[in-house]
Design a protein. Structure first.
Length: 206
C-alpha cells in the first residue's frame, strides 16, 4: 500500500516550490508516488495569454526543460526516498464562464500537448501518449476561486476517456463525484508547502 498524490504544482507555473523542494517535501514524509503537474494554459485565448505574460503557465519553450528537470529529480527521489516521480501537466482551459472552463491532469506525458481546442481532442492527444487523464476538481471547490464545471457538464459523453475524476482536492471532498459511480482519485492540488497535509490516494501496488 502506497500513498500517492498526482496533482502538484511547482514554480514552473503558480506553485511556490521548485521541483527539488517538492521531492524533498513529499519524500521526507514517506509518500511513494507523486506527479508534478504544472498548469499548461491555452495559447490563443485572452486568459491563456495573460497566464503566459504573468509566467503562470508552461509554454512550448519551457516544456522541454520542465520535463528534463522532472526526470533529473526523479532519479534523486528514487535514490534518496524510494519515491516514484511522474511527469505531468494540468491542461488549463479557463473562461470567464465557469461552465466553459475545464482542467485536465495528464500524468505520464512525453511530449507537449496544446491546451487549445475541444476537450475531446485534448483527451485523444493524452491517450495517444499512453498517459493518464484525470478530471481535475470538476465540481464546486467551495472556495472563492475560478470554478471548472465543463467536464462535469459533459461527464456522460466524456466518462470513458478519463481514468479518474477528482473526488477530493485541496481541503474538501466532492460529494457529487463520490456518489457518481465514476472512478475516483484524491489529490492535494498542492501549490504551497502547508498543503502537504491535504488529500492523497492509497494505491495497492505490486
Amino acid at each position: 500500500m502506497m500513498l500517492a498524490d498526482l496533482h502538484i504544482h511547482s514554480h514552473y507555473s503558480d506553485g511556490q516550490l521548485s521541483i527539488k523542494e517538492i521531492v524533498d517535501l513529499f519524500g521526507s514524509r514517506g509518500i511513494k508516488i507523486i506527479a508534478i503537474t504544472d498548469h499548461l494554459c491555452e495559447e490563443k485565448t485572452f486568459l491563456g495569454k495573460a497566464s503566459r505574460t504573468l509566467k503562470k503557465t508552461l509554454t512550448r519553450e519551457t516544456f522541454p526543460h520542465y520535463l528534463q528537470e522532472i526526470h533529473k529529480e526523479a532519479k534523486h527521489a528514487m535514490t534518496d526516498y524510494g519515491m516514484l516521480v511522474l511527469p505531468g501537466v494540468e491542461i488549463t482551459k479557463n473562461s470567464f464562464s465557469f461552465n466553459r472552463s475545464a482542467h485536465i491532469v495528464a500524468v505520464g506525458i512525453k511530449d507537449f500537448i496544446s491546451a487549445d481546442g475541444d476537450v475531446l481532442d485534448i483527451l485523444r492527444r493524452i491517450k495517444n501518449q499512453e498517459a493518464l487523464a484525470i478530471a481535475a476538481h470538476p465540481v464546486s471547490t467551495r472556495m472563492l476561486e475560478h470554478q471548472t464545471y465543463h467536464l462535469w457538464d459533459r461527464r456522460h459523453e466524456l466518462k470513458d476517456w478519463f481514468d479518474a475524476w477528482e473526488a477530493a482536492s485541496g481541503a474538501f471532498l466532492f460529494d457529487d463525484v463520490l456518489k457518481s459511480g465514476l472512478p475516483i482519485i484524491a489529490n492535494s492540488d498542492l501549490h504551497a508547502p502547508k498543503q502537504i497535509h491535504s488529500w492523497k490516494t492509497i494505491l495497492s501496488c505490486e
